[in-house]
Ligand binder design. Structure first.
Ligand code: GLC
Ligand code: MG
Length: 550
């Protein structure tokens, strides 16, 4: 293994708190770009295409896990936290990527997976080989079973991917023994965060990557590391769902997690430059999410309330106000996100087809106009829909098998990106490469190359929006709602910028007082028209407005 560079590459200039209003682009490494033709995206593929992301105009890139992994859960099953999986490249590739990113003024955030390891991790192998009650076992959550012969799992918790959250070990001679906890796949045993070894290990893993120059971490299942020590049964009929944080669960959002983040805050803060920690915490209540963002904890959390709000103006407005207020109370910026690698792509969520895409484009302008930081998921700038008809034998998400082949899982949003050309693999892999998930033939019309030539493309809209966002929207300005008609959401950000979105099914007039004086349309997600001095927005269309002359 090469030694880490003595001097980490310098982070981009200006060490203000860049993350407060950053646009952060999520790269799902396995599906972004494949440089070597094995059908799997890799770090070199990302490196070679970073220029595309710089010209799109994002501020930072979040890389999903590229660590050594059996890929039982797409790499969220880490076998070695300090090395790159050979399918994704080498540590040298990572170093080259981060240097190139910093040259382009892009920050790099990486994923850290502290709730569980892979069952192929050296610690878990040692735990399996060791005796019950041994120090090696105490890094995970092993318990004897219940009932005669310990045949029943220690409690009734369910895996988020389906089936029981416990798997029983067997000795080599077949004798059954203890059970271990896995909130996700059986190949993702949960770590025991009451064990000081676990804390020390992750302190060191954070430093390992900070020394290599990363600008931040996205913390996987950030609300899950601490469990109620009693491991109590859930009330009968309670579903274990990552997307449903509405109920108090004995393994999510326990108070103890906050101590971990206070410690991590100190570690990250001891490095030069502004580095950020972002929580993936599926917690329903905005005030509970904000607890992760207290001044001595994490910097950002994904706003999943926003992601799940649907295409409903009243719900969106409530969520926007609620998240701004909750975060303001702790001095943290709000984030906005419409898609990621765990959810159905938003054009499909919003109804699919032409209408879904129209809404998705409008949602993008709405989102990028809000105060705070925005996360984009790779491919949304191309307007990619969910692939809903992947052949069953191509499905890889553990959800598919663990749900007894009833839930297809998340592969449909992870299909590799189409870059150029008329046929799969559309430049994702070199010609002849076979992408790890099949790419639809009809994606020829979504390639980046074809959209680059079309000023009305979704890619063009994102590029222009990101450029204007830096200049036309004053970062410091708050958000003032304008009273608009049914189906309309309209707000101002200071005197120089307004956004209006028509979420209703029919054209709507933007009220005159919603317009900055002598307003002009800076950007719109679809065709808009002026009618006797009033601006008419067709259904599912959003617009950015600035004073004439700006
Ligand atoms: C997070 C990841 C998801 C993964 C899970 C378990 O929710 O985003 O992809 O399956 O954690 O690590
Ligand atoms: Mg490859």
């Amino acid at each position: 293994m090469p030694t880490p560079p003595q001097h980490a590459p310098a982070p981009p200039t200006a060490d203000r708190e860049w993350w407060r209003d950053a646009v952060i682009y999520q790269v799902y490494v396995r599906s972004f770009a494949d440089s070597d033709g094995d059908g799997e995206g890799d770090l070199r593929g990302v490196h070679d295409r970073l220029g595309e992301l710089a010209s799109l105009g994002v501020d930072a890139v979040w890389l999903t896990p590229f660590y050594v992994s059996p890929l039982a859960d797409g790499g969220y099953d880490v076998a070695d936290y300090r090395d790159v999986d050979p399918r994704f490249g080498t540590l040298a590739d990572f170093d080259a990527l981060i240097s190139r990113a910093h040259e382009l003024d892009l920050r790099i955030i990486i994923d850290i997976v502290p709730n569980h390891t892979s069952s192929a991790h050296a610690w878990f192998r040692a735990a399996v080989a060791a005796e019950p009650g041994s120090p090696a076992r105490s890094r995970y959550i092993f318990r004897p079973g219940r009932g005669p012969g310990g045949d029943r799992p220690p409690n009734n918790w369910k895996s988020i991917f389906g089936g029981p959250a416990w798997t029983r070990l067997k000795r080599p001679d077949g004798t059954p023994e203890e059970w271990y906890l896995h909130l996700f796949d059986a190949e993702q045993p949960d770590l025991d965060w009451t064990n000081p070894d676990v804390h020390a290990e992750f302190d060191d893993v954070l430093r390992f990557w900070l020394d290599r120059g990363v600008d931040g971490f996205r913390i996987d299942v950030a609300h899950g590391m601490v469990k109620d020590p009693e491991l109590p049964d859930l009330p009968e009929g309670q579903k274990a769902d990552l997307l449903d944080g509405s109920t108090q669960l004995p393994y999510f959002d326990q108070d103890g997690v906050h101590e971990i983040y206070r410690r991590w805050h100190g570690i990250v803060g001891s490095y030069p430059g502004e580095r950020a920690l972002v929580a993936e915490a599926w917690v329903e209540d905005a005030d509970r999410v904000a607890r992760y963002l207290r001044p001595d904890e994490l910097h950002q959390a994904f706003n999943f309330q926003y992601l799940t709000a649907g295409w409903d103006p009243a719900v969106l407005r409530r969520v926007i106000d609620g998240s701004l207020a909750a975060n303001a109370a702790v001095g943290a910026p709000t984030t906005w996100v419409l898609s990621n690698h765990d959810v159905t792509r938003h054009p499909t969520r919003f109804g699919g087809g032409e209408r879904g895409l129209r809404r998705a484009r409008a949602a993008t302008l709405l989102t990028l106009a809000l105060p705070g930081s925005t996360y984009l998921y790779q491919g949304e700038e191309l307007g990619l829909p969910e692939v809903t008809d992947l052949p069953e034998d191509a499905l890889q998400d553990p959800t598919w098998l663990r749900s007894g082949r009833t839930e297809r899982g998340r592969d449909g949003c992870r299909v590799p990106l189409p870059w150029e050309g008329e046929r799969p693999p559309f430049g994702f892999s070199p010609e002849g490469g076979r992408p790890w998930l099949p790419m639809p033939e009809e994606w020829a019309r979504y390639t980046r190359e074809s959209q680059r030539r079309d000023p009305d493309s979704t890619l063009a809209m994102y590029t222009v929006a990101l450029r204007h966002r830096r200049t036309a929207i004053e970062a410091a300005a708050g958000l003032d709602w304008l009273e608009a008609g049914e189906g309309l959401l309209a707000f101002r950000r200071g005197a120089g910028f307004a956004c209006a979105a028509n979420l209703g099914g029919a054209p709507a007039k933007v009220p005159a007082d919603a317009l900055p004086s002598a307003a002009r349309v800076l950007l719109s997600s679809g065709e808009v028209r002026w009618e006797a001095g009033a601006l008419v927005l067709p259904a599912d269309t959003a617009v950015w407005l600035v004073p004439e002359g700006d």
